[in-house]
Write a protein that binds this ligand. Structure first.
Ligand code: URA
Length: 185
């Protein structure tokens, strides 16, 4: 499947009940040539309205985080574990994550990323390990099938609890070093 085929198939998805309540499928945004991918958990209200990931308050903070390491959203790829908004921003159910996994798998197959950053515990649980502990394991590298994975706190968690920001700054610097060593930055 190429990007256009994948995009249209995903737009028509009715693989779980989230299709009934969504305004838009939130496919992903950024550079399809990027070797660096950021993956969140699922669209919120603003993302559902605009059809683009991370455009609400948490998204503005993500943009600030990218700027700290000399990046912006046009240079990386950004998407979510589930492509449709869970009602009232609840965590996506395992059944919804499973139904949606084929879209992210196809995105990853096309992108062939070298580095994947999981934003928050839901993405880390889905992509790194089901028993991932974000408070203990953020900022650490995990290698799977030749891809390096790291989790950082979800930007929404930083909005709720500013005391987590210094740790995220350290994680961003860790990411920056890795990007430089892979010639991605
Ligand atoms: N939170 C997420 O996990 N993803 C978005 O796209 C927006 C907020």
């Amino acid at each position: 499947m190429d990007w256009d085929e994948l995009y249209s198939a995903c737009m028509d998805c009715h693989g779980c009940d989230l299709a009934d309540t969504r305004t838009n499928v939130v496919f992903g945004v950024g550079s399809r040539a990027s070797k660096l991918v950021f993956i969140g958990e699922g669209p919120g209200e603003q993302e559902d309205i605009k059809g683009e990931p991370f455009v609400g308050r948490a998204g503005k903070l993500l943009d600030d985080e990218l700027a700290i390491i000399g990046l912006d959203r046009s240079k990386v790829y950004i998407c979510n574990i589930v492509k449709c908004r869970p009602p009232r921003n609840r965590d996506p159910l395992n059944t919804e994550q499973d139904a949606c996994a084929k879209w992210l798998e196809a995105q990853m197959a096309l992108l062939q990323p070298k580095i994947v950053v999981c934003l928050g515990r839901i993405a880390a649980g889905a992509l790194i390990s089901p028993d991932f502990r974000i408070t203990r394991q953020h900022g650490q590298w995990f290698e799977k099938d030749g891809i390096k994975y790291m989790a950082m706190y979800h930007p929404a968690a930083l909005l709720r609890d500013e005391s987590k920001r210094p740790e995220t700054f350290v994680d961003l610097k860790t990411l920056q070093r890795e990007l430089i060593s892979h010639d991605i930055l």
